[in-house]
Ligand binder design. Structure first.
Ligand SMILES: C=C(O[C@@H]1C=C(C(=O)O)C=C[C@H]1O)C(=O)O
Length: 403
């Protein structure tokens, strides 16, 4: 649709345009993903109008048509992830008003007032009982979480585990006039370093988040991954400069780096660049991060993205080490379904870039309430109280923007 027509038809601004687009897609039962990559000045929108829930093999991402993948924490028996295929893909410049956008925008089949868009969106958040893919458990109390952390520390002391990342959920009521577009905008403004995302797959639900962690990225011949762990609150004017890390945090992050290097070793990949760790900011939290880069052409690994994705997930940043034992520990001891939390999400083969993030700092949106998810890396020296505080801070990153 020509921008002029849009304006004549009373689309006030970009937010209203998005509200119309998202509400219409959700009402029709389409799948939709909207995201802003770290530091990008544009939003990307992908809509799948087929009405079918699609699932794809995560071992052959390179062959897929452009889309957006969403994979649960738990490996699936058929090793597939949910996939939103790009029937429509748009790129919207956040800084430009509607009438100055370069690219043609999607036709808006209906233009309705902003308030009505909000109502349609809220009514499309999948209610708990309507989908077999959605299981919501009870929140755990502080004592239950402390108990879980202590159990993890004991398992580490006996030598059964090196590291474990227990998680929990926290529920938050949403107001009757909850406005998804405003929340999305406040995440974009507050978290320039994050992968800010909203996606809706009717069978799976509606999720909103601001992830700080890339799982794998491929851009032309460059492969990239990171190890992110260790958490503290950012303080003062120059939090990056003043941060001091304890031995516990340094080791915790080093374990994640070692895990990545072990994955490279498994496929006999010897030529990679490793930089770090350095302190990075994610919202009002600081983490330690190391960066890993590989040239897929010179190393002759054209499918490194898919290969590393299946080797890395779930990393010891969100599960633990050794991976199998840590996973089993969580399966037995965590009393809720992680679902897509700590799984992975992101665009695949969009303008020759695949950028898959760990689904962290995220919330599932339901009718009337949101479920917040957060975990914390536990090692031998962990203090359970501090791990609880850490999950509180992580939940707040999204929680404080939901109203
Ligand atoms: C598990 C989460 O975050 C992960 C765990 C971290 C930690 O234990 O310090 C830090 C960053 C993430 O890799 C979460 O945000 O819920």
């Amino acid at each position: 649709m020509k921008i002029q027509t849009l304006i004549e038809e009373k689309v006030d601004n970009l937010e209203h345009y998005l509200a119309c687009l998202i509400s219409h897609s959700m009402e029709k039962g389409y799948q939709i993903a909207v995201w802003r990559k770290p530091h990008a000045s544009f939003l990307e929108v992908m809509i799948d109008k087929s009405g079918q829930t699609k699932r794809v093999d995560i071992h052959a991402l390179e062959e897929l048509q452009a889309g957006f993948i969403a994979h649960p924490f738990e490996d699936q028996e058929d090793e597939k992830g949910f996939y939103i295929e790009a029937d429509s893909y748009l790129k919207i410049d956040i800084k430009k008003p509607l009438d100055e956008q370069d690219a043609a925008l999607e036709v808006l089949p209906q233009i309705i007032p902003r308030e009505d868009c909000n109502t349609l969106i809220r009514n499309s958040f999948v209610p708990e009982k309507k989908s077999s893919h959605i299981k919501i458990s009870e929140e755990c109390t502080k004592n239950e979480f402390l108990h879980l952390v202590n159990k993890g520390i004991e398992a580490i002391a006996t030598g059964a585990l090196n590291k474990i990342v227990p998680a929990r959920i926290k529920k938050k009521s949403l107001s009757d006039d909850f406005d998804l577009i405003s929340v999305f905008k406040s995440l974009i403004d507050s978290y320039p370093n994050a992968f800010v995302n909203f996606f809706h797959i009717p069978q799976v639900g509606s999720w909103i988040g601001a992830s700080p962690e890339i799982l794998i990225q491929t851009k032309g011949e460059q492969f990239y991954t990171m190890s992110l762990a260790g958490t503290q609150k950012a303080h003062g004017e120059n939090p990056l400069k003043n941060a001091a890390w304890t031995q516990k945090e340094i080791e915790e992050q080093a374990l994640v780096s070692r895990y990545i290097v072990d994955c490279f070793k498994k496929i006999r990949l010897r030529e990679y660049d490793e930089h770090g760790p350095k302190t990075v900011l994610a919202g009002n939290l600081l983490h330690l991060r190391s960066d890993f880069k590989v040239n897929m052409k010179t190393t002759n690994f054209p499918q490194l993205g898919s290969v590393m994705l299946s080797l890395l997930h779930p990393t010891s940043a969100v599960c633990g080490m050794p991976r199998k034992e840590a996973f089993e520990f969580l399966r037995i001891n965590e009393k809720f379904d992680r679902s897509l939390f700590a799984g992975f999400i992101g665009p695949v083969n969009v303008e020759e870039v695949t950028a898959i993030y760990v689904n962290l700092r995220t919330a599932r949106l339901m009718d009337g309430q949101a479920i917040l998810y957060a975990g914390a890396g536990v090692t031998e020296d962990s203090d359970p109280e501090k791990e609880w505080e850490e999950t509180e801070m992580k939940c707040e990153i999204i929680g404080k923007h939901l109203n």
